[in-house]
Design a protein around this ligand. Structure first.
Ligand code: 5AD
Ligand code: SF4
Length: 455
């Protein structure tokens, strides 16, 4: 039997159709998934569901999944395995997101107790799917693949943070990098109109948000439906909304990254001085195999634009090691590129073969042990670069947005415009509120964080 979570419903109202239902959701993967979940939560709440904190307390258990690497994909199957016995108590399971779209109806074969399988390109149909579930339909699918023209926009987004929030500007991806599942799991590229994005940003500013992060698998290929604004213009327009103090964006694709983005950052103070520009490899040979559509030289040209800005713009990147055909010399070129760019952060990954992707047909030629070794070398070198980069901030006074508190060490945790974490103390008797902005003098540094005192 399903549980009845809300006690103040009169007994006669507790029929299957109108009693309150509860849901639990767990999110895996990227910021796009985190934000999709915020929209899913808002949609479910609007449908009369109440969110609970455990699988056991829920009538409906949702997993919003990621399939970027095999390890991420396995997480949802582990969860389903751990909690499948709850199905016997009448609880229903929904698998959403990238594994859902990738595996489709095969999920029902592996986990026959699952009721809903839906990729992100079908979330517009969630209310309908929930209605079918309530009517007792056993298996419901939303698998739009690369057909849909729609974006998932809802006024019911349940943002988890009242100060900084995401806005999707473009969904899907048309890039087809040889290793990547995303074009197959999130559908084709669909941009929102700048009018709709700006209206959402203004609503957020009106309700107290000061930081906005624009999201997309490839924000640089944003194409305004109304033809009004380029990506750089949209970025600037969001940054000019009264009340908005920080604007970030992710993810960029070097091929589509244009110089006017750097000019916008220089011109509009609220645009954060940080660019995440995934390079994946420092070898033009590997970049070609990866079908990245740029060479090392073209990437370094973008880096030169960014480094040539009037403001000091922090850079971070993603690297894949052990892509099929990556030689020791190719890998050396990646290490060499990291030393040249001096990133403030690197997300390094071992290549993981993914279903449907072109690279799947290339022999996964590098043994796992060698991939691990390359990753370790890369992370060790990068740590030293970051140690030096972060140490350069000692003595700086940086503006920090308060994110939380580290009670054990009586520190306040905040973030700079460059997206660096600062742990700091204050002499004020009252701790600054979450979401407030303070000036902090940096006194100490680590490879991943700064330490300081509020001034
Ligand atoms: N194997 C390893 N890493 C991958 N990424 C994407 N696909 C794969 C894969 N098949 C990495 C890329 C991307 C980041 C989000 O994940 O570096 O930028
Ligand atoms: Fe994972 Fe990529 Fe899907 Fe994000 S878009 S959830 S990183 S597979």
């Amino acid at each position: 039997m399903a549980t009845f979570a809300i006690a103040d419903v009169a007994p006669e109202d507790r029929s299957e159709s109108n009693r309150a239902r509860t849901f639990y959701i767990e999110t895996f993967g990227c910021q796009m998934n985190v934000h999709d979940s915020e929209k899913v939560i808002g949609t479910l709440e609007h449908q009369g569901y109440t969110r609970v904190e455990t699988e056991e307390a829920a009538d409906l258990i949702l997993y919003n999944t990621c399939s970027i690497r095999d390890k991420a994909e396995q997480k949802v199957f582990n969860r389903l395995n751990d909690y499948k016995s709850l199905h016997k108590q009448g609880k229903r399971f929904a698998v959403l997101g990238c594994v859902a779209q990738q595996e489709g109806e095969r999920i029902f074969e592996r986990a026959p107790f699952v009721s809903i399988v839906s990729g992100s390109a079908s979330y517009n149909r969630l209310p309908e799917m929930l209605a079918q579930l309530q009517q007792g339909t056993k298996r419901i699918t939303g698998l739009d693949d690369r057909q849909t023209e729609e974006t998932f926009e809802t006024e019911f987004t349940a943002r988890s943070n009242p100060h900084r929030g995401y806005i999707t500007i473009i969904e899907g991806c048309d890039k087809f990098c040889a290793y990547c599942v995303v074009p197959y799991t999130r559908g084709k590229e669909r941009s929102r109109s700048s009018t709709s994005v700006l209206a959402e940003a203004r609503r957020m500013a009106d309700s107290g948000y000061t930081e906005i992060q624009l999201l997309g698998q490839n924000v640089n290929s944003y194409h305004d439906l109304e033809g009004k604004k380029s990506f750089a213009e949209l970025l600037a327009a969001v940054g000019e909304i009264p009340g908005i103090r920080r604007v970030r964006f992710t993810t960029s694709h070097p091929r589509d990254f244009t110089r006017d983005i750097v000019q916008a950052i220089d011109a509009v103070p609220s645009l954060c001085d940080h660019v995440h520009l995934p390079v994946q490899s420092g070898s033009s040979h590997v970049l070609k195999l990866m079908q990245r559509e740029y060479t090392r030289e073209q990437y370094m040209e973008r880096v030169a634009w960014i480094k040539g800005a009037r403001r000091t713009i922090s850079m971070t990147t993603d690297i894949i090691v052990g892509f099929p055909g990556e030689t020791a010399t190719d890998f050396e070129q990646t290490i060499d590129l990291l030393a040249e760019v001096e990133y403030d952060g690197v997300f390094g990954f071992k290549y993981s073969p993914r279903p449907n992707t072109p690279a799947l047909t290339m022999p996964d030629s590098i043994p796992d042990k060698e991939k691990s070794l390359r990753l370790q070398v890369l992370l060790d070198r990068q740590r030293e670069t970051q140690r030096r980069n972060y140490a350069r901030h000692i003595g700086d006074v940086l503006e920090v947005m308060v994110e939380g508190y580290n009670t054990s060490r009586r520190q306040i945790v905040g973030r700079t415009s460059q997206n660096k974490t600062v742990n700091f103390t204050t002499e004020q008797p009252i701790l600054p509120a979450q979401g407030s902005y303070l000036s902090v003098r940096i006194t100490q540094s680590f490879p991943n964080s700064l330490v300081g005192e509020a001034v």
